[in-house]
Design a protein around this ligand. Structure first.
Ligand code: ASP
Length: 316
């Protein structure tokens, strides 16, 4: 049996490196995914997930996360949870509940507190400063406040052939209080079936939800398409449909994997992602749309260095 992980954005790299090494030793897909997403949530410089994430328009941090088990199809999710260190851990716990497995807002926060999940102030000084700077910028230049978001979405496959999916996100920067994106929504932000494969998304939640693109990608894999053909078809057809109907499409980026560890990715914007499998060492890739196909290259050392400088750039 093969094993592997695929995840959205450069920020998933450290977790994928650490946890594919563990998958090689036989840990479960669940353990690998939860630990790898926790690492992203805990790192303060990844500014759109967990600790240090991007506040809403009122300056509060409301987080979305989900977990799906590809064997049982169980799902757990939280939306708009606050002051909880690791939303992914709460989502995973909720996936074991027969009822009440998707909690939002105050209810989600209350559940996490009562069940003893670690609580902490999640808005960092840096995130607060970023928020103030954005507010000034938006007012001065009449900009859309919503640029600047990224979700960590991940699929993990273990040696027993089990697959799981997970997401974690602070959603759109400056979102309205109570706004929920695609990330905690089954079929939109993620979907996985161990017998077929899994997919997960990042981009503009309001548009991703319109196409249920994670489910669509898995459905197409189930029809016999390769992961790359499935995700190309799901993303580019839907992008074209949105352009036709509404004259524009927001960012749509998806990654997917099947139980053989074969993977695919499609995107209508430049996008980084991370993959590692039994036969492929962990690598950060950059993807770009090329017509209705995807061009994929390994991220260069220069790109990786510039990224590191950018996320840690001192704020005035
Ligand atoms: N899809 C996320 C949301 O709309 C944001 C992102 O992935 O960039 O909440």
């Amino acid at each position: 049996m093969s094993f592997g992980m695929i995840a959205t954005w450069r920020m998933a790299y450290e977790g994928v490196v650490k946890m594919t090494a563990e998958l090689a030793k036989g840990v479960t897909a669940n353990q690998a995914l939860v630990e790898a997403i926790k690492m992203v949530e805990d790192y303060p410089y990844y500014k759109s997930v967990g600790f240090g994430g991007l506040p809403n328009e009122e300056g509060q941090l409301e987080l979305d996360a989900a977990f799906m088990d590809g064997d049982t199809l169980d799902i757990g999710a939280v939306a708009g949870i606050q002051e909880t260190k690791n939303p992914i851990v709460v989502a995973e716990a909720l996936s074991h509940e027969r009822f009440n497995s998707f909690l939002v807002g105050l209810g989600a926060t209350k559940y996490a507190k009562e069940q003893g999940f670690e609580q902490q102030e999640m808005v960092t000084e840096r995130a607060k400063r970023l928020w103030e700077l954005r507010l000034e910028e938006v007012q001065k230049n009449n900009l859309s406040p919503y640029d600047g978001h990224d979700t960590v979405g991940m699929i993990s496959l273990d040696q027993a052939g089990k697959m799981v999916a997970g997401t974690s996100s602070s959603g759109l920067f400056m979102k309205k209080r109570g706004r929920v994106g695609d990330s905690p929504l089954s079929g939109s932000g993620f979907y996985v079936d161990s017998q077929i494969g899994g997919a997960t998304a990042t981009g503009l939640g309001e548009d991703l939800m319109k196409g249920c693109l994670s489910y669509e990608t898995v459905r197409l894999m189930g029809e016999g398409l390769s992961p790359q053909a499935a995700v190309d078809q799901a993303v580019y057809r839907f992008n074209d449909k949105l352009v036709e109907r509404k004259s524009k499409a927001g960012a749509l980026s998806l990654v997917c994997m099947n139980p053989q560890g074969q993977w695919g990715i499609a995107t209508n914007v430049e996008f980084s992602f991370v993959v590692a499998t039994e036969t492929e060492a962990p690598e950060v890739y950059i993807a770009r749309p090329e017509g209705n196909r995807t061009e994929i290259v390994v991220a260069t050392k220069e790109w990786l260095k510039a990224y590191d400088l950018r996320i840690k750039k001192p704020l005035s």
